[in-house]
Design a protein around this ligand. Structure first.
Ligand SMILES: Nc1nc2c(ncn2[C@@H]2O[C@H](COP(=O)(O)OP(=O)(O)OP(=O)(O)O)[C@@H](O)[C@H]2O)c(=O)[nH]1
Ligand SMILES: [Mg+2]
Ligand SMILES: [Zn+2]
Length: 334
């Protein structure tokens, strides 16, 4: 195995020069534990911690290493090491992780990087009770700001009477992203993913709990390496079987990140990210009377005319407004 198999490229090599001269070695974070990381380096797999100065210099948690990151480490005896620096990310899929400050009650905002240095994000949805077009729009908006590309995977096609109907529906909102039907419980049906695998390319599985992310991973690994869990009959949701993010090297080449199921997906990004995930609305907006039309109650709004004519669904426009408001709010508070 080489660093290139794990995704090392000139983009990182260039940044690494300054660290190399200090005797550090490059490594990729493949798994995060509570107090330490597992990384892959030219010396194989190592257990590392980060040097205190990284925490001190960090402006927020987004400046700390996450799974997928490339870091500069000082090798230590006993297959251990110390992270001295985080290399700039080529892409990062991040969400806003709202929470309340202890005792203060005021909501805080914080960027949480979920997947770093990923080339292709597989947005996995179940064609069972998980299916939600508006959530897919949310994912696509986050991917458009991440620097990665998206592939929508509609899994559990066997549980759906008319999977093509849903594929068509998602294609209607997915822009240039490909939408694939999938039945991961039969690993032979995963061949369509081979087209996306290549040595050094990183893919990540994202989606709600129970949609079959780990089943897809096991299918591509050709072994039951990752635990999978049944979906609850009562609520139709997964049981959060996967609890850690982790990178796996695939036998056919390529790297795949498995993730825990996500409950909440608050946006982190810029308003411009919407112009990629909602190109249809942005294009219609060219025909609005006012160049700053909000497509709400302005006269001469071409977007609303489109909804009235049935060419644009009102729920898509509603979701566009909702996501836009979320980004505007975020921007104000940052
Ligand atoms: N019917 C059907 N069931 C599937 C398919 N793919 C996966 N499953 C089942 O869905 C359940 C959840 O699968 P997992 O792979 O554990 O789901 P996950 O997305 O990794 O879930 P978390 O780790 O909790 O986020 C398991 O019972 C799988 O056997 C499929 O194509 N069809
Ligand atoms: Mg899982
Ligand atoms: Zn308008």
């Amino acid at each position: 195995m080489t660093l290139e198999d794990w995704g090392w490229s000139p983009f990182f090599a260039k940044q690494f020069r300054t660290w190399q001269s200090r005797g550090l070695i490059p490594a990729r974070v493949i798994r995060g534990e509570k107090n330490y990381f597992r990384v892959w380096s030219e010396n194989g797999e190592l257990t590392v911690r980060f040097a205190g100065k990284i925490r001190h210099r960090a402006d927020g948690r987004a400046d700390l290493p996450v799974v997928g990151d490339w870091v500069a480490i000082e090798s230590q005896p006993g297959r251990r090491g110390l992270i001295h620096a985080l290399l700039e990310r080529k892409s990062s899929f991040a969400r806003n992780l709202p929470g309340r400050r202890k005792g203060k009650g005021r909501e805080r905002i914080e960027q949480q990087v979920i997947a770093a240095n990923v080339d292709l994000i597989l947005i996995v949805c179940g064609l069972d009770r998980d299916y939600n077009l508006r959530r897919i729009e949310r994912y696509l908006t986050l991917v458009s700001g991440s620097g990665a590309e998206a592939l929508v995977v509609l899994n559990k096609a066997d549980l759906c009477a008319d999977p093509q109907y849903y594929q068509h529906e998602v294609e209607g909102i997915a822009g240039k992203s490909v939408v694939q039907l999938c039945m991961a419980k039969d690993p032979e049906q995963l061949d369509f993913l081979f087209d996306y695998l290549q040595p050094g390319k990183t893919l990540a599985l994202l989606g709600s709990s129970g949609v079959g992310k780990s089943t897809i991973l096991n299918g591509l690994l050709g072994e039951q390496r990752q635990k999978i869990g049944a979906v609850s009959d009562a609520v139709g949701k997964g049981r959060h079987t996967t609890t850690h993010r982790e990178l796996f090297l695939l036998p056919l080449g390529g790297i795949l990140m498995d993730n825990p199921g996500m409950r909440e997906l608050h946006l982190w990004g810029e308003e411009e990210d919407l112009s990629e995930s909602f190109t249809d609305i942005e294009e219609l907006a060219i025909g609005c009377k006012f160049s700053d039309c909000a497509h709400k109650s302005e006269p001469g709004c071409a977007v609303r005319v489109s909804v009235e004519n049935g060419n644009l669904s009102s729920s898509r426009l509603e979701n566009y407004h909702k996501l836009k408001d979320e980004l505007t709010n975020l921007h104000r508070r940052r």
